[in-house]
Design a protein around this ligand. Sequence first.
Ligand SMILES: *Cc1c(COP(=O)(O)O)cnc(C)c1O
Length: 233
Amino acid sequence: MQSVKHIKEQLNHIRQEVEISAKNASRDPKDITLVAVSKTFPNEYIEIAYNDNQRVFGENKTQELSIKVPNLPNDIEWHMIGHLQSNKVKQAVELASYIHSVDSLKLLRRIDRIAGELNKKPKIFIEVNISGETSKFGTTKDEVTEMVKEAIHCENLELIGYMTMAPFGVDEEELRFVFSSLRKLRDEINNQLSIELKELSMGMSNDFKIAIEEGATFVRVGSSIFGKRSYQV
Ligand SMILES: *Cc1c(COP(=O)(O)O)cnc(C)c1O
């Protein structure tokens, strides 16, 4: 399979592009974490990236995480990036140290409770639906502040920032609008609540360069590293 042979090369190409985009935006490349999104790809693919020093991987289903995690090196840092149903919270907290997709107060409270029971402390992002109707999941901008107020007092999780998904098939101007809106929202809430949340999880294969120019600190890149997925998820 062609993609296997090229994973290492593609990974290094993306790393270089992350660095170039950071420098273009006068940012320190060290402030940007590349999350290699391995959903649908087999462990062999993950191992190729691992052997090239990749330690941060993202998955969007707890079921898939539960199959992969026990069979891969235990110094991998797993990020749950997909929509999380309440009956999957236990699995997610057990398996992933980061959860990018916290999109309701109910889910936030459940993660906090279950993490307490499991003696874990996941790092979380609040998923924000900047573009309104175009995305299925995510908190609306108005609800975010309420969630942040509660999250910063949760004892069994650590709120580190915000995540968003840009709508598909929109032009560069719209992408910039979405990404810069998330950055501005972060800064506004930081001012309003006198806090210093820093992280912005935004940007995928098609738009991570723009996301970095607009302030992304985590980019979630899958197909540009591992190849085309044989099925969509
Ligand atoms: C699949 C996925 C990605 C990566 O998408 P690519 O286009 O393959 O880079 C990023 N974020 C989320 C939430 C995803 O589900």
